[in-house]
Design a protein around this ligand. Structure first.
Ligand code: IFM
Length: 462
């Protein structure tokens, strides 16, 4: 802290990327335009249960019709990188076969516009929105064929954009996609089965490995990685059983993916307990999954807390995001329970010590927050005050700088999200952006936290 009580701005190595992130379904809108096919998320959000989020799902924040406004704001923020995803069914309406040239032109125009402004595009090839036709054909990632169709799709996009795009993220958060979409049924496609969960997790990773090979053969200078959601897991109360539950939960949410990608194995301890759910793994699969990548993408928001529960068949453990009572995991008075910035340092040190210190990009980090929107007499937005989000970013970026100081190879950081967008089944009710969006008018305004991020970027000694 400096004498005025302001946190001094952390410094990052030269070449560090300061970005923000989005995903196609959450921003584009134009859900059935210009030849785009429906995705599983379009189908899911048209269920009567989500009727109140219809506009969020169909219009989102309308970037399909206008990405120029947001590009101007990215320049104002001083971002040097932008992470966004491609809509598979905009490019291949059926998920395979004939490409939709208008879809490819849209992304090509976006890439050119970013590069003209000196902003590095980071493309996520798959962020959960599978073409519905393909899901109908092969059961989505429950079916092994999806891994091959996914790699074919990756090849199509790299053929079209790989001359200009050098950073490729194969998948976003395979754990969430498998867990919420196929085990808990809360996300598309709404399946509820532990068998489906493990098949999806394995086939996603297989698709990742197959895509890595295709991308490399088409664009040898490409930087390829995968983005995992990561959670330090702590015992809910410090008992021997809860410590064991935390170790097991860590295997399930973190190490399953890390060990497969960096060691070519799934942790044996996991199958000792969950043997009935082990998916069919063919000879050679693990070698494909563990093909070397150029970086690890990490999405970190908050830790998880595990406790032993003998009533849960096989797992015998449960995990929650809710911080246990007491000060142990509360790091800041304003933030209160939930966020735990030190967890970011802890994760970075784990990659340094246990997984060979790979280059890491923090591909998502950010928070929902209360905000105060001030308008002028004509109703135009003048200011958006969001002190909670600003504090959150300050503390997480401090921890990131600390991790770099401790030798972790962190190359960049992306705030989630660039602008307030459509938070899946929560629609517009979950604003996380650096840029406020008035969803009725599509008016945008940079929030205080966005200006703080701009100042951090400007303050870097270069
Ligand atoms: O909005 C999501 C994003 O799509 C994936 N990671 C977490 C974000 C916030 O919930």
């Amino acid at each position: 802290m400096n004498p005025e009580g302001m946190t001094s701005l952390p410094q990052f190595p030269e070449g560090f990327l300061f970005g923000a992130a989005t995903a196609a379904f959450q921003i584009e809108g134009g859900w059935n335009e210009d030849g785009k096919g429906p995705s599983t998320w379009d189908t899911f959000m048209h269920r009567p249960r989500y009727a109140q989020h219809q506009r969020a799902a169909e219009v989102a924040v309308d970037t399909y019709h206008d990405f120029q406004t947001d590009l101007g704001l990215m320049v104002e923020l001083g971002l040097n990188a932008y992470r966004f995803s491609l809509s598979w069914s905009r490019i291949l309406p059926e998920g395979r076969g004939t490409t939709n040239s208008r879809g490819l032109e849209y992304y090509s125009g976006l890439v050119d516009a970013l590069l003209e402004r000196g902003i590095t595009p980071f493309i996520t090839i798959y962020h959960w929105d599978m073409p519905q036709a393909l899901a109908d054909l092969c059961g989505g990632f429950i079916g092994r064929d999806a891994a091959i169709y996914y790699a074919d799709y990756a090849e199509v996009v790299v053929r079209h954009l790989g001359d200009r795009v050098k950073h490729w993220i194969t998948l976003n958060e395979p754990w969430e996609h498998a867990m919420f979409g196929h085990f808990l049924g809360e996300h598309a496609p709404g399946k509820r089965s532990p068998w489906a969960y493990f098949r999806v997790a394995h086939h996603e990773l297989l698709g990742h490995g197959l895509a890595v090979e295709r991308i490399r053969s088409l664009a040898p200078d490409a930087q390829v990685g995968i983005t995992l959601s990561q959670f330090p897991v702590y015992p809910m109360q410090d008992t021997a059983r809860n410590r064991a539950a935390a170790r097991f939960a860590d295997l399930f949410v973190n190490r399953f993916y890390l060990d497969a990608l960096y060691r070519g194995v799934y942790p044996d301890d996991l199958w000792r307990r969950l043997w009935p759910f082990k998916p069919p793994i063919r000879s050679g699969d693990m070698d494909i999954i563990a093909r070397p990548t150029n970086f690890l993408g990490v999405n970190y928001y908050s830790p998880m807390f595990a406790y032993h529960d003998w009533r849960i068949p096989f797992f015998q453990a449960w995990i929650e995001r809710q911080t246990p009572p007491g000060p142990a995991y509360i790091e800041d008075e304003l933030l209160g329970p939930g966020p735990y910035p030190s967890g970011l340092h802890e994760l970075a040190i784990r990659y340094r010590d246990e997984y060979g210190n790979p280059p890491v990009y923090i591909t998502e980090n950010g928070t929902k927050a209360d905000e105060q929107v001030k308008r002028d007499a004509a109703g135009r937005i003048m200011e958006v005050h969001d002190p909670y989000r600003q504090r959150y970013l300050e503390l997480y970026l401090d921890q990131l700088a600390r991790a770099i100081g401790d030798g972790a190879d962190i190359r960049g950081y992306f705030v989630w999200s660039l602008m307030d967008l459509n938070e899946w089944t929560s629609g517009y009710t979950y604003p996380m952006g650096l840029i406020h969006v008035d969803h009725a008018s599509q008016e945008r305004a940079i929030k205080d936290s966005g200006y703080w991020y701009r100042d951090l970027i400007r303050s870097q000694a270069r």
